[in-house]
Design a protein around this ligand. Structure first.
Ligand SMILES: Cc1cc2nc3c(=O)[nH]c(=O)nc-3n(C[C@H](O)[C@H](O)[C@H](O)COP(=O)(O)OP(=O)(O)OC[C@H]3O[C@@H](n4cnc5c(N)ncnc54)[C@H](O)[C@@H]3O)c2cc1C
Length: 416
């Protein structure tokens, strides 16, 4: 591994957040170093659902991304909606857009992260990006107006400096700890997730709807079954870490118990596991966290940007990667790398772009605890097309989604 003594920008982590930062820096002609402790293609424990939000943010980096995915159905299964199953077992099938058909451009896809992240990583290749894998960021130290980094490659330790570090090293990286001053993650803003791949699961919606089962035993959280290409399924569950800790939950046992529930037994009768059950954490966006400090900007999971209700984080990882690149470009132009500068040109912007949406997700997470409300909404949706269309519009429109937090919404529903 050959490192220069100093870089203008170093990105630690080449997942969706880091890869998108790299693409936007390259677009602006900014030379930078992109390191990752893994070697690509690499896997990441995830539900693998790529929503319309992922596509809409990614198209700024890769304009023809939706068409590319639609042409590659070997790796990207198009999905047209979501099946919500309430705690009482009632279900409602909600298309992602009202009146969508199989001939419409797919609003979302499901793709193994090993393929999707590798696609993104390949798109970071440019004259401006120096990419090094098996390079783990192990130390961050401020030295006057610059940052000193320690990077581990095999058994060898290297040192280099940078004006700006973009921390895109996810839930288990070290940049979040550096910016937060070492404080522990808040368990009310953290979810535990596990997932396994299966083949042979029956009973999907014909338009590849993803399924969210809000089972009473794991509220506020859900069990998911997502169809994938080649007859594979992604099956998993997520639950708030504070609940896991409070009730000493064993997620693998809960997962296996769920597969034996009467509503799943038949569907899993011919199912075969294709992987181990694997776990990973989800840093949720329902509490305030600092997202930058002198010389350092956090993105994606390192910046707690996962929707607290849906568990979706890839879209915001890409969005934050883009705005981190813009903030870095502005800082280099102005030769200012202070916390105050990044607060104004990054944290504030991220709050403007996704603050409202994360707040709505946080309200929905709280409402999830009220089983009767959930049962009521899903029951109504299962019987009323107009209401299903309203929910479809809520996927794209956050202001509409925020109505779920307003008591008037339920009163209107009750009275027609
Ligand atoms: C069980 C589960 C299910 C999920 N389901 C979905 C879903 O269906 N849809 C969705 O949108 N989101 C989902 N998410 C959230 C999503 O996985 C994350 O929000 C997303 O991966 C964040 O991207 P990122 O680039 O910030 O981090 P990551 O994807 O974690 O990438 C971080 C990168 O940094 C590297 N790295 C780590 N430490 C270091 C270091 N010290 N030095 C150098 N490199 C380092 C890693 O190797 C990795 O490549 C799920 C999460 C979990 C846990």
């Amino acid at each position: 591994m050959i490192l220069e003594n100093e870089y203008e920008v170093i990105i630690a982590g080449a997942g969706p957040a880091g890869a998108s930062s790299s693409i936007f820096l390259s677009q602006a002609g900014i030379k930078h170093l992109l390191i990752d402790k893994a070697e690509f293609p690499r896997d990441k424990v995830c539900g693998d659902a790529l929503s319309g939000k992922v596509l809409s943010h990614l198209k700024h980096a890769i304009p023809d991304v939706a068409a590319k995915f639609a042409q590659n159905q070997k790796d990207y299964l198009p999905s047209y909606g979501v099946r919500f199953v309430a705690p009482n077992g009632k279900q409602a099938d909600i298309p992602f857009l009202p009146n969508i058909t199989k001939d419409s451009p797919p609003p979302g896809f499901i793709s193994k992260r090993i393929d999707f992240d590798n696609f993104l990583y390949n798109n970071t290749s440019s004259d401006f990006a120096i990419r090094i894998s098996n390079a783990e960021l192990t130390g961050i130290k401020k030295e006057n107006d610059i940052i000193q980094l320690q990077i581990k490659n095999g058994e060898t330790i290297y040192h280099t400096k940078t004006k700006i570090l973009i921390g895109a090293d996810g839930e288990r990286g070290i940049s979040h700890k550096y910016v937060s001053g070492g404080s522990k993650r808040d368990l009310e803003a953290f979810s535990a997730g596990i997932r396994a791949y299966y083949t042979g699961i029956a009973g999907y919606h014909e338009m590849n709807y993803i399924e969210l089962h809000f089972l009473p035993e794991i509220l506020p959280g859900y069990f998911w079954i997502f169809p994938m290409a080649n007859g594979v399924s992604n099956v998993g569950l997520g639950i708030l870490s504070s609940e896991v800790s409070k009730h000493h939950l064993n997620l693998k046992k809960i997962f296996n118990d769920i597969l034996n529930l009467p509503q799943f037994k038949g569907r899993f009768a011919n199912a075969k596991p294709e992987s181990q059950i694997q776990g990973w954490g989800l840093p949720l966006g329902n509490k305030y966290v600092k997202r930058s400090t002198d010389n350092v900007i956090l993105t994606g999971d390192a910046a707690n940007l996962i929707d607290p209700f849906t568990g979706e984080g890839i879209g915001n990882a890409i969005l934050s990667g883009r705005y981190a690149a813009y903030a870095a470009i502005k800082a280099l132009e102005n030769k200012i790398y202070t916390e105050a500068f990044f607060k104004e040109h990054y944290d504030t912007l991220i709050k403007q772009k996704v603050g409202h949406e994360l707040k709505v997700g946080s309200t929905l997470l709280k409402l999830c605890r009220y089983k009767f409300l959930f049962n009521f909404v899903v029951n109504k949706a299962s019987r009323n097309k107009e209401f299903r269309d309203t929910i479809s519009c809520m996927f794209a429109n956050i202001d509409l989604r925020s109505k779920f937090g307003n008591p008037m919404f339920y009163l209107r529903m009750l009275f027609g």
